[in-house]
Design a protein around this ligand. Structure first.
Ligand code: TMP
Length: 203
């Protein structure tokens, strides 16, 4: 049996990626999941990482906790689904760590890449759909309901710039799409780009 495809949705706050991940997963009958928080352990880590009022978390601890969430996520959900021949659509993956911790927190892409490579035993997403928009100007605007959303404009500008740099360096893995537009317009954009790449046909 052919292994499933590991499809990542990435983007800044308010880019609409969760909505688009859901739409695509339904359309191709993929397992829909998320980071941080896709497993029982992950849900606990998510609360510690993002909850306003939780204990302080430094940048290195944040990186390692995101990587721990991911290690569990891959081992418990993602890899078994792929091996069973199911596609997986993940709302955020290790590329979020490269953009947020490597870029915006200033820890460096290479260092964060190697921690994550180990955490995932080398299983990086097959394709990354990056929904790009200026920080805070996506279809869903900016909320400030968690710790990372509360970071300032410079932080979120760096997240965006880092994503674009990553995409530029890995053109075979990334599909960069404009995040703005109606939900239907963007989902059509996502579908056309992936259908093109993987020879999917409309059923
Ligand atoms: P979201 O799931 O609502 O997008 O929120 C997750 C937040 O966590 C978002 O601000 C991005 C951040 N994040 C990181 O900083 N590093 C990571 O590796 C992941 C997966 C998320």
């Amino acid at each position: 049996m052919a292994a499933g495809l590991y499809i990542a949705f990435e983007g800044g706050e308010g880019s609409g990626k969760s909505t688009q991940a859901k739409i695509l997963a339904k359309r191709i009958d993929a397992l829909l999941t998320l980071e941080p928080g896709g497993t029982e352990l992950g849900a606990q880590l998510r609360k510690l990482l993002l909850g306003v009022g939780e204990a302080p978390v430094g940048s290195r601890a944040e990186t390692l906790m995101m990587a721990a969430d991911r290690a569990q996520h891959l081992e418990e959900l993602v890899v078994p689904a792929l091996e069973a021949g199911r596609h997986v659509v993940s709302d955020r993956t290790a590329y979020s760590s490269l953009a947020y911790q490597g870029g915006a927190r200033g820890l460096g892409i290479d260092a964060v890449r190697s921690v994550n490579d180990w955490a995932m035993a080398g299983r990086w997403p097959d394709v990354v759909v990056l929904l790009d928009c200026p920080a805070g100007a996506g279809p869903r605007g900016r909320r400030s309901s968690d710790r990372l959303e509360q970071e300032g404009d410079a932080f979120h500008d760096t997240v965006r710039a880092t994503y674009l740099e990553l995409a530029n360096n890995e053109p075979d893995r990334f599909v960069v799409l404009e995040a703005n537009g109606t939900i239907d317009e963007v989902s059509q954009r996502v579908w056309s780009a992936l259908a093109d790449r993987f020879d999917w046909t409309d059923e």
